[in-house]
Design a protein around this ligand. Structure first.
Ligand SMILES: [Zn+2]
Length: 244
């Protein structure tokens, strides 16, 4: 039975603990140039973290952790299945062609925008243009040992982005799927966001997390989000998960 029960809003900051290199991660492109652009918001001309890439990374973090459950069946491809009770697909979505009576995808991930402090800091820092810096790196050819210089465009370490996700409860089982989202966030902190993660880029932390709720009455009566967790309480993904 699919029936709207309530919405949860998970919001907070994504802190870039190392430089964040968003966009293509190909190591095979030609010499020079900046071939891995961070995605720029067209209106504000600042880098953003696309909700789709954040959501994709959270999903693949879970696929790898529960590889016996979700990775083996998928032959290395993104897992998608017709199992109505599949927690991963129900939470993160199925391919458009999969017709499953599981209701709408539970999780929406918005684009994360740099916060006001970060935008101010970018303005005053040398070598930063539109929130990114260019860093030269040498890539060694494993066979010839020839070094190829490449330039990586990255968001500097210390930058903070405001993130927001909406998780909708349609059935009692969805409460556990909300925990899956927090678990994905927690695993992602030990992985990376964007390209070149194996070279140290993209280490992030979710901070200042607050979960708030709205039920059908809140919408009908025009009430605001009602905090479920408090800013002065647990604000990390791990901490909230342990307290749920
Ligand atoms: Zn599935």
């Amino acid at each position: 039975m699919i029936e709207f029960i309530e919405n949860y809003r998970i919001s907070g900051k994504i802190i870039c603990q190392t430089g964040l290199h968003i966009g293509g991660s190909s190591d095979t492109l030609g010499i020079g140039g900046s071939d891995s652009p961070v995605i720029l918001d067209r209106i504000q001309k600042v880098p953003i973290i696309p909700g789709s890439s954040l959501k994709g990374k959270m999903r693949s973090a879970l696929e790898l952790k529960y590889s016996g459950l979700w990775l083996d069946k998928s032959e290395g491809k993104v897992h998608t299945c017709k199992e109505p009770g599949c927690n991963l697909c129900t939470t993160f979505g199925r391919g458009a062609t999969e017709r499953v009576m599981a209701g709408p995808t539970r999780l929406i991930v918005r684009d994360a925008m740099p916060d006001a402090v970060t935008k101010e800091a970018w303005k005053d820092k040398d070598g930063i243009s539109h929130g990114t810096e260019i860093k030269g790196e040498n890539f060694l050819n494993r066979i010839t040992s020839m070094a190829t210089p490449r330039f990586i465009e990255r968001v500097p370490a210390g930058s903070a982005f405001d993130f927001e996700m909406i998780f909708t409860i349609y059935s009692p089982e969805d409460q556990d799927r909300l925990k899956l989202v927090l678990e994905a966030m927690s695993i992602l902190e030990d992985s990376y966001l964007g390209g070149s993660g194996s070279r140290g880029y993209g280490k992030i932390a979710f901070a200042d997390i607050v979960i708030a709720r709205k039920d059908p009455d809140s919408y009908r009566e025009g009430r605001d989000w009602e905090p479920l967790t408090k800013a002065e309480g647990e604000t990390t993904a791990r901490g909230i998960l342990a307290s749920l």
